[in-house]
Write a protein that binds this ligand. Structure first.
Ligand code: 5GP
Ligand code: ZN
Length: 114
């Protein structure tokens, strides 16, 4: 998608600090980290919101969770744990209309999600 900032990151039109990449997925450090480790995992396929995920994306979404596991192990925070957040729509504050999974780690997180 032309005007999508994350598609531009995928196409290397915007630089990012990439921590993982394969043919379907890319993961990079959030530009404004909320936690000591804050990584965004996104599919290379442009999907605007979680509401646009369909049955045909099932393997892709499962793959994203495998990638998250790999990143957690390879970056040394699997044992201490982490949190995944995926925002959808207005009330969640979703800013970028290309689905993304936030990996938050590197410190004790709040007991409550909100
Ligand atoms: P959202 O609020 O949509 O769930 O999260 C979007 C996230 O993308 C934010 O945490 C924001 O800091 C991050 N972000 C937005 N633009 C860029 C960018 O150009 N590069 C990187 N690395 N992160 C970005
Ligand atoms: Zn996109």
């Amino acid at each position: 998608m032309e005007d999508c900032v994350f598609c531009k990151i995928i196409n290397k039109e915007i630089p990012s600090d990439i921590v993982y990449e394969d043919e379907k997925v890319i993961a990079f450090k959030d530009i404004n980290p909320a936690t000591p480790i804050h990584i965004l995992v996104i599919p290379k396929k442009h999907i605007a919101t979680l509401l646009d995920v369909t049955e045909e994306d099932s393997i892709l979404i499962a793959h994203i969770y495998q990638v998250i596991n790999k990143i957690a192990r390879e970056n040394g925070f699997a044992e201490n744990g982490f949190r995944i957040i995926a925002n959808c729509g207005k009330d969640s504050g979703q800013e970028v209309m290309h689905i993304h999974f936030h990996i938050l780690a590197g410190r004790k997180l709040g007991d409550k999600i909100v």
